[in-house]
Design a protein around this ligand. Structure first.
Ligand code: C2E
Ligand code: MG
Ligand code: MG
Length: 596
């Protein structure tokens, strides 16, 4: 018995309590591991070493077992006097007297803290590994896994696979307007649709040798298509994914539709790194967005150059105002009847320090993608008004009557635009009626009411308003009467057949009659030929602008031309000498009309 007791004492942690659980005996090991002295423990219950690790039910079950005379064993986490936790494998045996009543409980425990720590560390590291490879929201593999997979293909020198980059067309809108919960649900649904369409198991998007869907973050996903022979095959698969993504889904009673733009790149021996393939697929995706969204575009190297140029221009454009690289060119707008100079349109010019002149057709859309357009727009307004004031000082009554300034859609939507316009015009000292602001039809496409309200508040400043590029968008013949505008500029594209096509002529004529009744002045843009002048005049169009009269030119050149009377001459001399040649031209025109 002594030997047994010595053996137990050396290794086991032993305690004895009475029937109510009051501790009546502890051995040295018990004191050692709990860091309490024997005096502190005797007379207490085991609650003194209880940790918060187990739920209440755990102890209820233990007590139920032993109070009915059963033996309980299990792993228990205890708290030592200094607060540290330790794990014991615990066995509790009830001791009964001759009448079978419980008199004591003996507990014998062994220290398993070390095993528990190792086990916990393993579990943590497993969870960690999983988290490092799985996107927690969708359960899809993440960027790391995808890069590994692609790199594996590259290492094997394989070219029979495609990488497809996906970005959702209205995701930000959904997220911002319907909330992040809806956004998250949408992402999960997208992940499921992609998995289903590719026949991948639910648990993961990565099959060993097969297709793989990964989420890179945000609304960016990448599909790795294994075993596709060429881009045509890859595109066909991508089309199937597009079709699977298109139908709307209902999320929290909202019907949410979100199409994707995709860029596809084929495996190619020239790729050394997976990142390069993803970058190129991303570039092609950008082209898909640019060319109308909800489509898949296959990468080609020219795209990379375009994007690089775009990125360079965007970066450099930020320095254009402070470094005085911007200027305005002015294009005259003349009367088609008497050749009188009526107005000039201010057109923004950028001379890049190394790339030279960049056209507004290229840099304005770039500026419009960021808020840069607001600063550029304000600069144009200021500079245009300042120039008109300067001409007036120099030329008096010969100065252009008005200056036309193009507004971008983002500017038009600014709530404080009227304030800004008022401030700029006041500072320049010119009358508000001498400033004409051009807006394009697509400004009204989304919200007609809001657009009309915005136009009214601008008009109330006393400035003039023009609709630019009329005839290019979803033309709003029917709602024209609702717009508080002074001028309608018909686009160059409508002019192309005006001297030859009866239909075009009839269209412009009826438009001219309509706008005259509405008190609106019509300007024809992009006049390049005298025959167009004749036709337009006949059709009742009052004003014209185009290379035929004058190209956009510097403020100094405008001033010079006015002083010389050159502008008058060019229109009168070119489009006519109208009075003399009018009759003959009209005959030619009528003959052409008759022939079409
Ligand atoms: P827009 O407002 O319709 O300006 C007329 C454009 O047509 C100008 O091109 C002008 O040079 C061109 N043009 C004029 N006559 C002819 C012609 O007879 N034949 C041809 N082929 N073209 C002619 P530009 O200067 O390249 O400007 C292009 C567009 O860039 C403008 O179209 C306007 O939408 C935008 N833009 C220019 N300056 C600004 C600006 O300061 N702010 C904003 N928001 N947009 C601007
Ligand atoms: Mg314009
Ligand atoms: Mg225009």
């Amino acid at each position: 018995l002594t030997a047994l007791r010595q053996a137990i004492d050396a290794h086991a942690i032993v305690a004895i309590t009475d029937a109510r659980g009051i501790i009546t005996f502890v051995n040295d090991r018990f004191c050692e591991i709990s860091k309490y002295s024997r005096q502190e423990l005797l007379g207490q219950t085991h609650r003194i070493i209880k940790s918060d690790h187990h739920p209440k039910a755990f102890f209820v079950e233990m007590w139920r077992t032993i109070s009915r005379g059963g033996v309980w064993h299990g792993e228990v986490c205890n708290r030592a006097k200094d607060g540290s936790l330790y794990w014991l494998y615990t066995t509790i045996c009830p001791v009964k007297d001759a009448s079978n009543a419980i008199t004591h409980f003996i507990s014998i425990r062994t220290d398993i803290t070390e095993c528990k720590t190792v086990e916990a560390a393993r579990a943590a590291s497993r969870a960690f590994e999983r988290a490092a490879r799985i996107d927690l929201l969708t359960g899809l593999p993440n960027r790391t896994v995808l890069l590994d997979r692609i790199q594996g293909y590259i290492r094997l020198g394989r070219t029979d696979f495609a990488v497809v980059f996906l970005d959702f067309d209205r995701f930000k809108l959904v997220n911002d307007s319907l909330g992040h919960d809806v956004g998250d649900a949408l992402l999960k649904d997208i992940a499921n649709r992609l998995r289903n369409e590719l026949g991948l198991p639910d648990s993961s998007g990565a099959g060993g040798e097969d297709n793989c869907v990964a989420r890179l973050g945000g609304d960016e996903f990448v599909v790795l298509l294994a075993n596709v022979a060429n881009a045509r095959q890859g595109s066909a698969l991508a089309e199937r994914l597009l079709a699977a993504l298109e139908p709307p889904r209902v999320i929290q009673e909202y019907e949410v539709q979100s199409t994707a733009s995709m860029g596809l790149v084929m495996g190619d021996a020239q790729y050394a790194r997976a990142e390069e393939m993803i970058r190129d697929a991303d570039t092609a995706m950008y082209e898909a967005k640019r060319s109308g969204k909800n489509r898949c575009v296959v990468f080609n190297p020219a795209m990379r150059e375009r994007i690089l140029r775009r990125l360079t221009l965007e970066k450099d454009l930020r320095r254009a105002i402070p470094e005085s690289q911007l200027s305005l060119a002015y294009q005259p707008i003349l009367s088609l009847f008497d050749g009188e100079l009526r107005s000039v349109e201010a057109l923004l010019r950028w001379t890049h320090p190394t790339l030279g002149p960049i056209g507004p057709g290229e840099f304005i859309p770039i500026a419009e993608e960021s808020d840069l357009i607001l600063r550029l727009g304000e600069w144009v307004l200021e500079e245009g008004c300042r120039q008109l004031a300067a001409w007036t000082t120099e030329l008096g009554s010969l100065a252009p009557r008005t200056v036309s300034i193009n507004l971008s859609r983002k500017q038009f939507m600014l709530p404080n635009l009227p304030d800004l316009i008022r401030r700029v015009i006041e500072r320049s000292g010119i009358a508000p009626a001498r400033v004409q602001l051009e807006v394009t039809e697509d400004f009204f496409a989304s919200d007609l009411r809001a657009a009309i309200d915005a136009m009214r508040s601008i008009k109330s400043l006393g400035v003039k308003l023009a609709i630019d590029d009329f005839g290019t968008g979803a033309s709003s013949f029917a709602s024209l009467h609702q717009f508080p505008v002074d001028v309608l500029k018909i686009d160059r594209s409508m002019l192309s057949g005006v001297e030859r096509s009866k239909d075009t002529a009839a269209l412009i004529h009826s438009l001219a009659v309509l706008v005259r009744n509405l008190g609106i002045t019509m300007v024809a843009e992009g006049i390049e030929k005298p025959s167009q002048v004749i036709a337009l005049q006949e059709l009742g169009c009052e004003l014209g602008q185009g290379y035929y009269f004058a190209r956009p030119m510097s403020a100094a050149a405008i001033q010079e031309a006015i002083v010389d009377g050159a502008l008058m001459r060019s229109s009168v001399g070119g489009a006519m000498s109208f009075a003399n040649r009018w009759q003959r031209k009209l005959e030619v025109f009528e003959a052409t009309l008759a022939n079409t």
